[in-house]
Write a protein that binds this ligand. Structure first.
Ligand SMILES: Cc1cc2nc3c(=O)[nH]c(=O)nc-3n(C[C@H](O)[C@H](O)[C@H](O)COP(=O)(O)OP(=O)(O)OC[C@H]3O[C@@H](n4cnc5c(N)ncnc54)[C@H](O)[C@@H]3O)c2cc1C
Length: 468
């Protein structure tokens, strides 16, 4: 979402290192059980025409919010994302005028009330409420502040050509081209601290890698603290990081290998739904969205499965063999399903059929002939494959006010510096949070360049400011 606004694509000239992306012309769709759907295009007029079929007022509101948040305030949002978070009072001092006041007023809302504030039609409200959850935001008072930031990216979905690993592969090539080397498959067990300074990391195989100038950790903040030694952190930091809230909901993904791409029943209402890149379905009204998240919070398999997915091979054919397609749907789900994460393994076949069953309500051609293979990737699998996504936390920690902005992970660490000289935090549990955007690493790189007085071959994103 919104990745093209990340300064590092141009700063690091990633296009020279094998990274490119596609912006699908039909960005998103939401299909409903009654056969209707909403479609969001790159083209604003087309998007508003789709919304106007449900509510002319909501279509106008979308247009207004688009100009305000996706166009006018875009530079402000980029500067907020790519600078270390400021204490709220300092941020408020830097923002003035009616538009800034309106932006900040979203902090008075939770995820449901913020959507009700802007939209009147039930379906459109349902879509935007589930959309807000996509980045793992919890619906608590204050969480509404993410609405303008997310809304700015509703028409900004991109798909990396060849898969998301093309991004990390390109970053690795930059390092190698600059004379560095990348070691993979090496498990870091300890950050070695000598005389208050981080000097090396020790590996599980007994080896060590020296960090003569600095060490930056993209591993989650609680694990990094433990690796360096908890005693070196103030008590308040220790307490908070040891009680880190990983989030109430994760994702369970059903991957399908298909002969033909999914065909949606609501194409009769609007044929463009079949060409939409990111598709939401499962929810028909806002109460179902609420119940889904209540079930996740109670560690239950949601009675109403809902979420988004895509058929990536329909946008970039390299995602599947030439005679087929790959598609996925990732409904929201709890980590400890029915009270125990191992239930995902015990009842994998049953959960697979339940997820596929719901998908089949919306797509008419997912019969056994079309489905060549299926694979359920559960919240437990997420944690197994990525130790810093504890409890399947895809953003390395819940988005709640006490873990957002200056509080992520703690106000003493949010500038990416730690109490240990030479040890920096980056990664999704820091800065302004997770997602494929490069922001936490960018913020850490600037702090390191400042501290070591390094020459910056990039122009720093200006600090947030809005006077109007
Ligand atoms: C199913 C799923 C779908 C998602 N969809 C999207 C999406 O569509 N768009 C989006 O923007 N984001 C998405 N995300 C979130 C996104 O993947 C994360 O926000 C992002 O990967 C975080 O990047 P990071 O560098 O902070 O951490 P990571 O990508 O997790 O990188 C940290 C690395 O450190 C490694 N590591 C951890 N501990 C150690 C150790 N002790 N020693 C050595 N290495 C270690 C990990 O293995 C990992 O490779 C999704 C995540 C999941 C799981």
């Amino acid at each position: 979402m919104g990745f093209r606004h990340s300064p590092l694509i141009h700063d690091l000239e990633l296009y020279r290192f094998g990274f490119s992306y596609i912006e699908p012309p039909i960005q998103q769709g939401a299909a409903f059980r009654d056969g209707t759907c909403v479609v969001i295009h790159k083209d604003l007029d087309k998007t508003c025409a789709s919304l106007a079929r449900f509510s002319a007022g909501d279509a106008e509101m979308f247009r207004e919010l688009h100009f305000l948040y996706a166009v006018k305030m875009r530079p402000l949002f980029t500067s907020i994302a790519f600078n270390a978070p400021l204490p709220i009072d300092q941020l408020k001092d830097r923002l003035s005028g009616a538009q800034a006041k309106e932006f900040l007023s979203h902090a008075e809302h939770d995820l449901f009330s913020v959507v009700r504030k802007h939209f009147e039609d039930d379906r459109i409200r349902t879509l935007f409420t589930s959309y807000m959850h996509v980045i793992t935001t919890e619906s608590v008072p204050g969480a509404g502040i993410v609405f303008p930031l997310i809304f700015a990216n509703v028409m900004e979905f991109t798909l990396p050509v060849g898969g998301s690993a093309s991004f990390t592969d390109a970053l690795a090539r930059v390092i190698v081209a600059c004379g560095g080397s990348v070691i993979t498959g090496a498990d870091v067990k300890e950050v070695v601290v000598r005389n208050g300074r981080a000097t090396a990391v020790r590996l599980a195989n007994g080896g060590a890698v020296e960090g003569s100038r600095f060490i930056a950790s993209a591993i989650d903040a609680p694990a990094t603290m433990r690796m360096a030694g908890e005693d070196l952190f103030p008590e308040d930091v220790r307490k908070k990081l040891n009680a880190w809230h990983w989030g109430n909901h994760s994702l369970v993904t059903l991957h399908l290998a298909l002969r033909d791409k999914p065909v949606y029943r609501s194409a009769e209402f609007d044929p463009d739904i079949n060409r939409a890149f990111n598709i939401f379905f499962g929810m028909d009204d806002i109460e179902q969205v609420r119940s889904c998240f209540d079930h996740c919070a109670a560690d239950q398999f949601p009675h109403v499965l809902m979420g988004n997915g895509a058929c990536n091979s329909a946008v970039d054919p390299t995602y599947a063999p030439t005679n087929g397609h790959s598609a996925f749907w990732w409904p929201f789900a709890p980590y400890a399903v029915d009270g125990d994460p191992h239930n995902w393994d015990r009842q994998r076949d049953d959960y697979t059929e339940r997820v596929l069953g719901v998908w089949r309500e919306y797509a008419s051609n997912l019969d056994d002939d079309n489905v060549r293979a299926k694979l359920l990737f559960t919240p437990l699998d997420i944690e197994r494959l990525n130790v810093n996504m504890v409890r399947g936390a895809v953003r390395m920690g819940a988005y709640i006010p006490s873990q957002l902005g200056i509080n992520r992970p703690h106000h003493l660490l949010s500038g990416t510096r730690t109490p240990i000289e030479g040890l920096y935090l980056c990664g999704s549990s820091t800065g302004n949070g997770g997602g494929i955007n490069g922001a936490p690493g960018y913020i850490a790189a600037n702090a390191i360049a400042d501290d070591l007085r390094l020459e910056r071959p990039w122009t720093r994103v200006a600090a947030p400011e809005w006077r109007q």
